[in-house]
Design a protein around this ligand. Structure first.
Ligand SMILES: Cc1cc2nc3c(=O)[nH]c(=O)nc-3n(C[C@H](O)[C@H](O)[C@H](O)COP(=O)(O)O)c2cc1C
Length: 178
């Protein structure tokens, strides 16, 4: 069985930190070492069938990339390259970083464009997450009353991160090992 591909974008390292924690929880047998999407060629990405992808929120919920003022976490550029491919049959769990107090109107909203694009390319998205326990006005990452993936807020709720990660990893593990 091939491993789960673990990729992230990051500006200031928080999403990398969370990706590393997820890797540790799953173990090296199950998940590949986390890789910055900036340093990933589409061919390396596409060797996997199962993924965990991490995205921080910037630019009022735009997909992080040069246009949103993000020089490091350029998911936008990577997805443009990926566009030539079909992600049918690929199963993906998403996690997003955000700051609910400061960005209450766009909380974790950058997950949305990533979610939409991946679905448009044919991927199946798993691992949605309850909005309970978070305080915000609006998030584009909410669909049918739930976040489209795990949301982590290290700035305001860092003390909840470990338990959220553990619960989410247990939830997605059987889905990504199928
Ligand atoms: C300029 C700027 C814009 C941000 N915009 C948002 C936002 O729209 N929504 C949100 O939830 N968080 C926003 N954040 C918070 C970041 O997403 C959060 O700090 C995240 O942990 C950063 O992850 P990184 O260290 O991997 O880049 C913003 C932070 C900065 C500095």
């Amino acid at each position: 069985m091939s491993k789960i591909g673990l990729f992230f974008g990051t500006e200031t390292g928080t999403t990398r930190l969370i990706a590393k924690k997820i890797h540790k929880l799953l173990g090296d047998e199950i998940a590949a070492k986390p890789v910055n999407v900036n340093r990933t060629a589409p061919a390396d990405f596409l060797q996997y069938d199962r993924f965990i992808l991490g995205v921080p929120s910037y630019g009022e919920g735009a997909l992080p990339g040069a246009k949103a003022g993000c020089l490091e976490s350029n998911w936008e550029e990577f997805l443009k390259e990926l566009k030539k491919v079909d992600l049918t049959g690929k199963r993906i769990a998403l996690f997003g970083l955000g700051a609910q107090e400061r960005y209450a109107d766009t909380f974790a909203s950058s997950m949305r464009p990533l979610y939409e694009k991946l679905k448009e390319y044919g991927a199946e998205i798993v691992g949605d997450w309850s909005i309970e326990g978070y305080q915000f006005n609006h998030s584009d990452a909410v669909e049918n009353g739930r976040f489209v993936g795990l949301v982590i807020d290290q700035r305001t709720q860092g003390m909840l991160t470990e338990e959220r990660l553990q619960a989410w990893v247990e939830q997605i593990k059987p889905l990504l090992l199928k």
